[in-house]
Design a protein around this ligand. Structure first.
Ligand code: FES
Length: 74
C-alpha cells in the first residue's frame, strides 16, 4: 500500500500527498484532476472547502509542532 503523507503547515493548510482519495459524507469522491498533492483547509475560511484557497494568509495562526497523543483508551 502506498504511503500517504500529511504535513501540518504553520499558519495554514494540511498538505496531503501520496496515494489518497477525498470523499464527502456520502462517499462521493472529489475529482482531483490528476493531482497527487492537495492542500486541505484547516482555518475554515476557504471558499473552496475542503481545499485551501489561500484565505488563511494573515488570518490564521498555528505553529505546528509534532507531539504524541496519549495511549488510545481500550
Ligand atoms: S487553510 Fe488555507 S484557506 Fe484555510
Amino acid at each position: 500500500m502506498a504511503k500517504t503523507k500529511i504535513t501540518v503547515n504553520n499558519n495554514g493548510s494540511l498538505r496531503v500527498e501520496g496515494e489518497f482519495e477525498i470523499v464527502d459524507k456520502h462517499g462521493n469522491v472529489y475529482g482531483l484532476g490528476g493531482r497527487e498533492l492537495v492542500s486541505i483547509c484547516r482555518c475554515g475560511m476557504s471558499k473552496n472547502k475542503p481545499f485551501c484557497d489561500g484565505s488563511h494568509k494573515g488570518h490564521f495562526e498555528h505553529e505546528a509542532e509534532a507531539f504524541d497523543l496519549p495511549p488510545k483508551k481500550q
